[in-house]
Design a protein around this ligand. Sequence first.
Ligand code: ADP
Ligand code: MG
Length: 303
Amino acid sequence: MATVSTIVTTKAGTDGLRPVVSMRGIEKRFPGVHALKNVRFELMPGEVHALMGENGAGKSTLMKILSGIYPKDDGEVLVDGQPVVIESPRAAQDLGISIIHQELSLMNDLTAAQNIFIGREPRLRFGRLDEAALNRQTAEIFASMNLKLDPRAQVGGLTIAKQQMVEIAKALSFHSRVLVMDEPTAALNNAEIEELFVIIRRLKAEGVGIIYISHKMDELKRIADRVTVMRDGQYVDTVSAADTPVNQIISMMVGRALTDSAVEVPDLDQAPVALEVKGLTRGREIRNVSFSVRKGEILALPG
Ligand code: ADP
Ligand code: MG
């Protein structure tokens, strides 16, 4: 570690900042799929860097390589400017890299605190679990996140949002400097998204670099500093989130310009009726329901 910090102080750029993560020339093949082709990616400390692309573009695969879940076939990964080999999630953790998965990976039967310190619980004499220390250390992490949650709460009984917060707390317990969030808001409601954003901003202020995978353009504009777009396993470009119009980012994702005709709205009053339902009834559940849908129309059935 001493070597690394020496190099940080001697080789840092004029602004004192250099990427905490650089990935270059990354290649990955699965049977029948060339998932990553010469992909590069860079993350600065304290940056929220959005990784965007259509389904199957290779975003999760790239992040799984960074977090030691998949081996890469070729290319290099540098952390603080130093080439590293990340052959396991444990190795990633030791480098300060944590991933919050799309599908959460906590143990439902354990408490929040037990999940966070699983496999490295504080112990008393004779190896007995030190519950008090476990819950106190967890409470300290929650407090640092401004998160109101009982360390003894059983994870299976928590909302998805709270479970995600527990995952983030776990990442912070490893003193992570790089946090990968793979579609973190997919299962969150609006209030929960706001809570998550507060935490992301706090982490950012502390210098944690965050890689944020999302399809939601409004979120990207609100939270991201830069955006890297991938398409078909390839790197497309990295642009400023604030200065790049949403249309341009979408064009980069789909690989063609968005023309007006692509979003032209048909005149629905003139459109022929595609389906008409009159007086539909089934027992007590459905009584005398009528509706019609015109060609090109989107009909919502709220309730
Ligand atoms: P994204 O996260 O951008 O939606 P992925 O990284 O999940 O894309 O997938 C990129 C490509 O790699 C897709 O074609 C996907 O089917 C394939 N792929 C991902 N993981 C595996 C795997 N474990 N085995 C085989 N193919 C995979
Ligand atoms: Mg994915």
